[in-house]
Ligand binder design. Sequence first.
Ligand SMILES: C[S@@+](CC[C@H](N)C(=O)[O-])C[C@H]1O[C@@H](n2cnc3c(N)ncnc32)[C@H](O)[C@@H]1O
Length: 236
Amino acid sequence: MARTQDAGDAYFARTFDWMADRYVEQTRAVSWGGYDRWLDHAADLAAQDRPEALVDLGSGPGLLLAKLRERLGAVRLVAVDLSGAVLDALSDAAVERHCASVAEFAADYPERFDAATATFVLRDVEDPVGFLRDAARLLRRGGRLVILETHRPVGPGGIGFDLYFHHWLPWWGRMRLARDWPEGWGPNPYAWLSASQRRWRHGADVPAWLERAGFERVAEHRRPDDVVMLLTAVKA
Ligand SMILES: C[S@@+](CC[C@H](N)C(=O)[O-])C[C@H]1O[C@@H](n2cnc3c(N)ncnc32)[C@H](O)[C@@H]1O
């Protein structure tokens, strides 16, 4: 399948090819251990209706899919990602892998899935409503979508969050986590993460985007003072 090569897709493909081997370990470190807890919560919600076929959109190296396999057993699990290297890093040989953009994949597999997940992906896509429409297209009617994202905490926790995300993390990225990032490739992944979180803040538009994209029964599963947001919605 041919891959779209717009500027955003090309940046993600190259970045996640580059960091495929270190992504899980570094995400555990930068989340202070929260990464596994958050993915466990997302996996519990995605597994609730016992889907027979589930697609993980922007799967990365597949930690969420491993957690889903533990919960769901021998169902059809599919990984879609722009980066071939993260798909190669998946440990579960039974997961179907598609190196493609979500838009390309959705055009080829309409209404094939009972559930879809998108964890730490939506914040960075150029057209989030288009991305959610593609997610809706992949689902059968009544299928469940689970979205997990970063979230600037409401209340005093927001100040510490800003210090961490916009001061400490870019420094840590530059000095250690991505110190071998090739010159001339643009912002390193942690500088990118900081800039994209600055734009995203509370992700306040997500419920409205979901409704515009054809979802209903939008529910939020984390508290407003949390550092992540976790939503479910059902294809209308
Ligand atoms: C921050 S990582 C998140 C990985 C994983 N979902 C997780 O929870 O750790 C974002 C992933 O989404 C992929 N990605 C970004 N935009 C995409 C798109 N439009 N279509 C497919 N994959 C995409 C990137 O290549 C990258 O592997």
